[in-house]
Design a protein. Structure first.
Length: 306
């Protein structure tokens, strides 16, 4: 066996090659690009803000209208080897309409850098966001993280970070997370078509598989994926969610029937979508009341959503 019940690379690729899982991938690529251009045109945005020393370490900020808004960070997918923050500007549309500031992280890709370095860059981005939140009207006490595919793995790794020990930040700097179609066990990928790009060592697989690093304490986690995704994507998410809950952490599953790997994040574009509503409910439910304000789950995420 190479991985679980799989004996050949072809069997593993059939489960994890997402572009081949749909008849025409270009439909979804076009949606991402067109809706993202629309978001950058229609929303206030601050693009390509450096958070680290290399050219790839930058982020795009889509601030909410009101100050001191909660912050939703989004980490893009692309199997750690493709795409950038710019194809995912559209994820700001729904949350910003609901009073949430959105920050989309860019990071360097494999094989130019290692998986370890990608994780480090995303952690550095969170540290930057915490330390500079006031400069773009965000509330550093209400930072939430979301990510798709490879970004789901990075979301989980961020939630397992020793923030106080390694960055001098509050351990609960991330108040909650949402991992969408995530990859939580990297063990199949050295046997897959991805290996020439990822160049994973087994030590990197162990260090960067979230299933191996369930934290002792963490904020609530939403796990979701498209109902039409492969059985391995279903299993990866459900296995990770079970391990998360077994540690005594708060976690919930959001079904998305009829959606595939690429449409599973379309909900970010509309604040009333099931995905957006679930994330906004997480923000509402964990946000502390402001001075003079009574706790209420009916309160909007940014203070004015109805």
């Amino acid at each position: 066996m190479l991985y679980r019940e799989f004996t050949t690379q072809a069997e593993i690729d059939a489960q994890y090659d997402v572009e081949k899982s749909v008849p025409d991938f270009s439909i979804y690529a076009d949606f991402y690009e067109q809706e993202s251009q629309k978001a950058r045109t229609g929303l206030e945005c601050h693009l390509d803000i450096p958070y680290g020393p290399t050219l790839a370490e930058h982020l795009d900020i889509f601030p909410a209208e009101q100050p001191n808004a909660p912050i939703l960070v989004f980490i893009h997918g692309g199997y750690w080897r493709l795409l950038s923050s710019k194809e995912f500007s559209f994820v700001a549309q729904g949350p910003v309409a609901a009073g949430v500031t959105v920050v989309v992280i860019n990071y360097e890709l494999c094989p130019k850098v290692t998986m370890d370095e990608i994780v480090r860059q995303n952690r550095a981005a969170i540290a930057w966001i915490y330390r500079h939140a006031e400069s773009f009207g965000g509330d550093r006490q209400r930072i939430y993280v979301s990510g798709h595919s490879a970004g789901g793995q990075l979301t989980a790794m961020l939630m397992a970070t020793a923030w106080e020990r390694d960055y001098g930040l509050p351990q609960n700097v991330i108040k909650g997370g949402c991992a969408i179609s995530g990859l939580f066990d990297l063990a199949p990928f050295p046997y897959s078509w991805l290996q020439p790009a990822l160049q994973l060592t087994w030590a990197e697989v162990r260090r960067n598989s979230p299933l191996n690093h369930i934290p002792e304490t963490a904020g609530p986690l939403i796990v979701t994926y498209g109902g039409d995704e492969s059985s391995e994507f279903h299993r990866q998410s459900q296995t990770f969610l079970a391990a998360w809950r077994d540690r005594g952490l708060a976690g919930e599953y959001l079904p998305q029937p009829g959606l595939n790997h690429f449409t599973a994040i379309y909900g970010f574009a509309e604040k009333e979508s099931p995905l957006c509503r679930k994330i906004l409910a997480q923000i509402d439910g964990t946000a502390p009341p402001r001075p003079g304000e009574k706790p209420s789950r009916d309160r909007g995420a940014g203070g004015d959503r109805r």
